[in-house]
Every structure is written in C-alpha cells, then in structure tokens.
Design a protein around this ligand. Structure first.
Ligand code: HEC
Ligand code: HEC
Length: 450
C-alpha cells in the first residue's frame, strides 16, 4: 500500500462526511427558508384573519346593507319612532317604551354627562325626543337613525346586532356593554315592525291587508321572528299558535355544519339570505330551492331565489367573508361556576354521555353532530310544521354551548318547552329513558354548564 493510497483512504471518509454534512447543511438552510416562508405566510394569514374579524365586527354591529330604503323609505318606521311632535306620526316611541320592547342601549356610546343625568333621574324617559337623541349618539343597539342637516330624523335601518346582541345591564336594565352573538330574547320584533305607518309592502307580498299583517306581527311576542313568513306566507301553525321561531344565538358556530333551527345551510348562506331577504338590504342572493312554488309560493312568485343587483349597488356580497369570520370567532360564553353544583354537573355529564344517550346527537364538544346534523321530526318526537317550511325538512341538532344565555322564551325552535327540565322530560318519555327525578335534575345542571 503506497503512502498516497493511505492518505487517500484516510481522507475519503472525511471527504464523504464533509460532503454529507454539506448536503445536510444546505438542506437545513433550505428547510429553514421553507419554514420561514411558511411562517411568513402564517403570520400574513393571521394578520388578515384578525383584520377580517375586526371588519366583520363592524359589519355585524353597524352595517345596514342599505336597508334604510326598506325600513325608512318604505315602512317609514322612523316616523313612528319620532312621533308627530318631532315631524313624524303618532305619539312616538319613548326610551321607556323602547326598553320595554326589548331594545338595548350601548352604554359606551353615552357621554359622561348623559350617564350622570341618567343616574340622577334628570332624563325624561317618557320623551320620544330622548329616543331620537340616543339614536343620534348611535347608542341604540342594532338601530341606525339617519338625520338630515337640520337634525331631523329622515330614515332608519337595522343591523344584525338588533336580534343577535344583548347588553350586560351593567348601567341599568337594558343599558350596558354589548354582548355580541347573544340572542335578544327580550326584543319584540313583531311589535316594533307593527308600529310602522306603512305595512303595505308586507300586505302586498302576502296578498292580504295591513291590519291582518299587524295582527300577525303582534302575535309573535318577545324573542321571536318568522324568517319564513315572506317565503311561504304561513303565519300560524295548525294549532293556531304563531309560526314564529325563537331568535337563536349567533355564537359558538365554528365547526357546526348546518345553521338555523331547520338547517337551511351554512353561516355564509344564511347571512346572505338574511341581509337581502329578511333585512331588506341591497345585494345579490341566489338559492334556487326558493323556486319551489309548492313549498315557497311567495318566494317563487317574487323571484327571491335569484336576486340580482348591479355590481356597484351590491352592498352585501363583499361583506360576507368578514362577517362569516366574525361569526365563527364568537365563542359561546361559559356560565359562572358559582351558579352551578359541580358534583351535579359531573353526574349529569355521565348521564348525558351514557344512560340518557344525549351525546349520540349532541356530540361533545360541538354538542351537535359533526357532519350532516339534521333529524326528521319523527326522530325527535315532534310535529313537522316548521321542518316542512325548510328545504331539507328536518330539525338541526341545536348546538348546546351557551344555552344558559338564552333561557328566556323556552326551548326548541318555537319555545314549546318552557324549561330544560321540560325538554328532558320529553326525551325521557319519547326515548323511554327511565330517568329518575334526581337524574333529570343532574342532566339539567350539566346542560346549563355548557
Ligand atoms: C329580526 C331579527 C334578526 C335579524 C336582524 C338577524 N337575525 Fe339572524 N336569526 C334570526 C332568527 C329568528 C333566526 C332563526 C331562523 C330560523 O331558524 O328559521 C336566525 C338565525 C341566524 C343564524 C343561525 C344560527 C344557528 O344557530 O345556526 C345566524 C348565523 C344568524 N342568524 C346570523 C345573522 C346575521 C349575520 C345577521 C345580519 C346579517 C342576522 N342574523 C340578522 C333573527 C334575526
Ligand atoms: C335524535 C337526536 C337527539 C337526541 C338523542 C337528543 N337531542 Fe336534543 N335536540 C335534537 C334536535 C334535532 C334539537 C332541535 C329541536 C328543535 O329545533 O325544535 C334538539 C334540541 C335540544 C335542546 C333545546 C336547545 C335550544 O336551543 O332550544 C336541548 C336543551 C336538548 N336538545 C337537550 C338534549 C338532551 C339533554 C338530550 C338527552 C336526554 C338530547 N337533547 C337528546 C336532537 C337530539
């Protein structure tokens, strides 16, 4: 073996290892770069997600989608709010009446001086002029007053927050900080709309007179609205009770497939439908299922399944992504632990997942089914009136998180069960669960803890 050979041989592993480590090093550099690229992308995505959520919050709270044309222009609801002394009609809506109708006041919009006057009882809560002042301050949740240069109210519109926001009552009952996404079960939407001087747009769609429309609207009561009325014209159930449904919360919806009580579609679908068809905003909307003239005679006759406006007049479509993001970002709030018996909650959880079999539909931690979360009326032992009014004719498994925030107005889509215990009694009978009284109470405690 020559010397050179020996050197070569001894160098070879070194060279090889150098080569290998070079490859390794370049791989590391490349990998680092790739990671950095994707990190940058993630950071970019996060930034845009946060921007969208902020935008969505503004839309949810403040956007009318141009529906002043409907609420002000056609119904002239602002005139009823103002009253004749303020250039409107009738006696006007005082702050007392507004609060009694379930409207909420955002305390953060009230100047310090006004808060002080309110605390000292120096504000006339019987004066409609004060309601107008609150509207001018943009303090009435979900209602947007429009004022002309003389300070006279000239129109009004509504936002999503009207029905899907509560306040924490921290200042006074009905006055506090906003709780976005909470169902406003105090709000008497029907009575508010019924106060409008002109109900002919509803009357002509429904093929009836204004006084019948008023009767229907006044039949709803607090916490309810009928999103299907102007699609199918059904105002009352076969048993004579109003066809309106409860306002659900708009939080805790991430991961939930179908939305609304009867599973009309995704959050994005429903947001577009509501903005255009329910709130009277200006935008495009497409859902050919509404062309079914048997199920949706009014929608079909009026072309609600395909609403087109020129692109420069579409005040809805561009807002859907941010609005969607905001909805999905709203977490269901947890109840105060002190309000619950933790041992009963634990026992209730066991029953929920075991003997009572609730978790077969309300799958934790979504508390609705991952996937196609719809059931026939027979499967849950109730009538098909409301499910027949929807495209897929089912009832959506209600996601139960945050249920404690909407215990006014009852449970199930129409509030037919006054308490959670009544719901449990229904399941106990229908599924023959043979729950003991104490087990039912534990189950109730668990459901209230979600
Ligand atoms: C006049 C009251 C009212 C207004 C205003 C309103 N909603 Fe609703 N919302 C309801 C009612 C009632 C339902 C249930 C409808 C049904 O099941 O038929 C509902 C259902 C929903 C749902 C489904 C919740 C779930 O559990 O699946 C979402 C999401 C929603 N609304 C978002 C919005 C958004 C976003 C806006 C504004 C564009 C809005 N809503 C405006 C009353 C209202
Ligand atoms: C077969 C599926 C199924 C089973 C099993 C089931 N649920 Fe439900 N649950 C539903 C559906 C669907 C709804 C919506 C009904 C409606 O909208 O009218 C619902 C609604 C509810 C509501 C009312 C929610 C609201 O917002 O008003 C409560 C509370 C509830 N269920 C609790 C339970 C409990 C507790 C059990 C076990 C004893 C249980 N569920 C078993 C499908 C089911």
């Amino acid at each position: 073996m020559s010397i050179s050979n020996r050197i070569n041989r001894s160098k070879r592993p070194l060279l090889i290892s150098l080569f290998v480590s070079l490859i390794g090093f370049s791989g590391m550099v490349l990998g680092d770069k790739r990671d950095k690229d994707s990190d940058d992308k993630v950071t970019g995505n996060l930034k845009s997600a946060i921007r969208m959520i902020k935008e969505g919050k503004q839309i949810f709270r403040h956007d009318t989608f141009g529906n002043e044309r409907f609420w002000g222009g056609q119904l002239r609801l602002h005139e009823a709010i103002a009253g004749k002394d303020q250039g409107g009609v009738g006696s006007g809506v005082s702050p007392k009446t507004a609060l009694a109708l379930g409207l909420k006041v955002d305390v953060n919009r009230l100047p310090k001086s006004l808060r002080k006057q309110l605390k000292n009882g120096q504000v006339d809560l019987d004066a409609p002029a004060v309601t107008l002042a609150l509207l001018k301050l943009d303090a009435v949740v979900g209602v947007k007053g429009r004022f002309d240069i003389n300070g006279q109210i000239s129109s009004m519109g509504i936002t999503c927050a009207l029905c899907h926001t509560q306040v924490d009552n921290s200042f006074a009952p009905g006055i506090g900080r906003r709780l976005d996404g909470w169902a406003n079960r105090d709000l008497n939407v029907g009575a508010i709309i019924a106060a409008a001087p002109n109900l002919s747009p509803f009357a002509s769609l429904l093929g009836t007179d204004e006084s019948t429309v008023r009767t229907v609207l006044n039949s709803w009561g607090p916490g309810k609205f009928d999103a299907e009325l102007l699609l199918d014209g059904k105002a009352f159930r076969p048993d004579g009770k109003p066809a309106a449904t409860l306002i659900p919360p708009a939080f805790g919806l991430a991961g939930v497939n179908l939305h609304t009580w009867t599973g009309w579609g995704s959050v994005a679908h429903w947001n577009a439908l509501v903005a255009v068809l329910e709130m009277g905003g200006q935008g495009n909307f497409y859902d050919p299922r509404l062309n079914d003239d048997q199920k949706f005679p009014i929608a079909a006759a009026n072309g609600f399944g395909d609403i087109r406006v020129p692109a420069d007049q579409d005040l809805v479509t561009a807002k859907l992504p941010a609005l969607h993001m905001y909805q999905l970002s709203l977490q269901a709030p947890k109840p105060d632990d002190d309000s619950l018996d933790e041992y009963a909650v634990k026992r209730g959880e066991k029953l929920f997942n075991g003997k009572a079999n609730c978790a077969s539909c309300h799958v934790p931690p979504l508390y609705t089914e991952p996937g196609w979360n719809l059931h026939t009326p027979e499967e849950i032992g109730i009538d098909s009136f409301q499910s027949d009014r929807s495209p897929d004719e089912g009832y959506r498994t209600a996601p139960l998180k945050g249920l404690w925030t909407h215990n006014k107005g009852g449970f199930y889509h129409d509030g037919r069960f006054a308490t959670v215990l009544d719901v449990i009694n229904h399941y106990d009978q229908f599924f023959e669960l043979q729950l003991q009284d104490k087990e039912k109470l534990d189950l109730q405690e668990f459901v209230n803890s979600l």
